[in-house]
Design a protein around this ligand. Structure first.
Ligand code: MG
Length: 503
């Protein structure tokens, strides 16, 4: 990125080093998840910690912070202003929270992560409880240092999604929850719900990993995610990682009895990768690189996974491929059955296994609990009960233990409080973008013919190229002409599932 502003130039130079160190660390992380021999874990952790320390020093360098103050007093273009805004945002924890608190938080969460793993395995919430209490206390302190207008939870939400407030989330879930719960009930009492083709996904069916990988490679190519700038590997939890301007990698996971896992994971992660790869090349190595927020990022992955990948028209296009690859099990399957297989609605205890209809009910529950946890309205001891009550109310099921209840997510043990709502935002943004896209291109035609190029180029023009330039609220306004509106998502679900389940 070129600039005439000498102070900004100095800042950009410094940031370039930070960005390079982060990517080197990401490379170590990728290797750790994909290749690392079991015995090498400890050494790798210390190598990673060293890089994190180097990056922290760069951020905490008083000269760097002085430069940021100085540059704000100079005349800046709009793009340059966005660079400075993003720098301040990326550095807010270092700039606003005392070093001792950051260190204490990092120590607490690494211990909490270990404790959470055993607590979950043993189904003993009490083993995690003292750690969670400490995390909540530290998080409250951090929120106070970060500052907020109305609610301390706002400061936490803003860490993950710029300008997102508790009030925004309250409004969103108030709109979503009753209609989703109602739709779920309608689906559960429908004829198709009872006739679900369970016999295609069970231990008697074998979907060879080699064939599943062929399917993944085929889809990646169709989506224009190519080996010259990306690659596919396997890991326990699928992820996308950016290691360089021309190196954005994804992973997937294979289940020999259920091809849907790798199919949906690969499309999801490719959606993330395409966003990263589509950013204006001028922004690489600057604070405008990468996606603008977790919510917008998730909108891209969910768009491809759900709106395209689970679309009955797309499945009809892929039908011959499925039949060729998985002839033993899917040889005589029809496209309606395929559509039901990929859009099975079923209330489950586990968020990561949830379908499109119930997913956001899992998030509504977490949002309400986190908000009250931070304000002190819910005491940590009462979390398991609060969890069970809300599961019953929203999904009509009560987890029989804490392992599949309050202990299921890793997020709190990491200290990530305020993160969950970005998942729902991703779903909402995706539907609102799609509604706009549909007024400009013939999406159904593209999907039916497997011509995804027109869709990708719409996303590149409207969303990807901007990288971190335009904040989510403004981006949604710019792309769709209105602010975030959950109606698009609700209508998308109601239309799609009314047809599939013949409601
Ligand atoms: Mg994702």
């Amino acid at each position: 990125m070129k600039t005439k502003n000498q102070t900004l130039k100095q800042l950009l130079d410094q940031y370039q080093t930070i960005s390079a160190l982060d990517k080197i660390n990401a490379t170590l992380g990728w290797d750790q998840n994909v290749n690392l021999p079991a015995g090498a874990g400890e050494e790798r952790a210390s190598q990673s910690a060293l890089l994190t320390e180097l990056v922290t020093e760069k951020w905490q360098d008083p000269k760097f912070q002085q430069l940021i103050k100085k540059v704000e007093e100079t005349k800046l273009t709009d793009t340059e202003k966005a660079v400075v805004r993003n720098l301040k945002r990326a550095g807010q924890l270092y700039f606003q929270v005392p070093k001792e608190i950051i260190i204490e938080h990092s120590k607490t969460t690494s211990e909490a992560f270990m404790a959470w793993q055993t607590a979950r395995r043993n189904n003993k919430f009490n083993e995690f409880l003292p750690h969670l209490k400490k995390i909540i206390k530290l998080t409250q302190i951090i929120a106070d240092h970060l500052g907020y207008k109305k609610n301390p939870y706002d400061a936490l939400l803003n860490l993950y999604e710029p300008d997102l407030t508790t009030q925004d989330c309250q409004q969103i879930f108030k709109n979503l929850q009753p209609r989703l719960t109602k739709l779920l009930k309608q689906i559960q009492s429908s004829k198709n719900y009872r006739q679900f083709p369970n016999n295609l996904i069970d231990e008697k069916n074998i979907y060879s990993l080699a064939d599943q990988e062929k399917l993944s490679q085929y889809i990646m190519k169709l989506m224009d995610y190519l080996p010259d700038r990306g690659r596919l590997d396997t890991s326990t939890h699928p992820f996308t990682t950016t290691l360089g301007q021309n190196d954005v990698r994804i992973t997937t996971r294979y289940n020999i009895h259920d091809w849907r896992e790798s199919y949906t994971s690969t499309i999801h992660e490719t959606g993330h990768a395409l966003y990263e790869l589509g950013v204006n090349p001028d922004y690489y190595h600057t604070p405008l690189e990468g996606g603008v927020s977790l919510g917008i990022h998730e909108s891209q992955s969910r768009f491809w996974e759900n709106i395209i990948g689970r679309n009955p028209l797309f499945l009809e296009f892929l039908e011959p491929i499925f039949k060729t690859l998985f002839n033993d099990s899917l040889g005589s399957v029809d496209s309606q059955t395929l559509a039901l297989l990929l859009n099975k609605v079923n209330p489950s205890y586990i968020r990561v296994e949830a379908d499109e209809v119930t997913y956001n009910l899992h998030i509504a529950l977490r949002f309400e609990i986190e908000k009250d946890m931070i304000s002190g309205k819910i005491q940590p001891n009462d979390l398991p009960e609060a969890w069970k009550d809300k599961m019953q109310k929203y999904l009509g099921i009560t987890p029989r233990n804490n392992r599949i209840g309050v202990l299921q997510d890793v997020h709190w043990s990491y200290g990530s409080i305020g993160y969950f709502p970005t998942y729902t935002l991703g779903n909402l943004y995706a539907s609102q973008f799609t509604a706009k896209m549909a007024t400009e291109i013939d999406i159904d035609h593209s999907i039916s013919n497997g011509q995804l190029g027109t869709i990708l180029s719409w996303l590149r023009t409207n969303i990807h190229q901007h990288g971190g330039l335009i904040y989510p609220k403004q981006l949604v306004q710019q792309v769709t002409g209105e602010s975030l509106n959950s109606e698009y998502f609700l209508r998308y679900l109601e239309d799609k599932y009314s047809k599939l389940y013949q409601l």
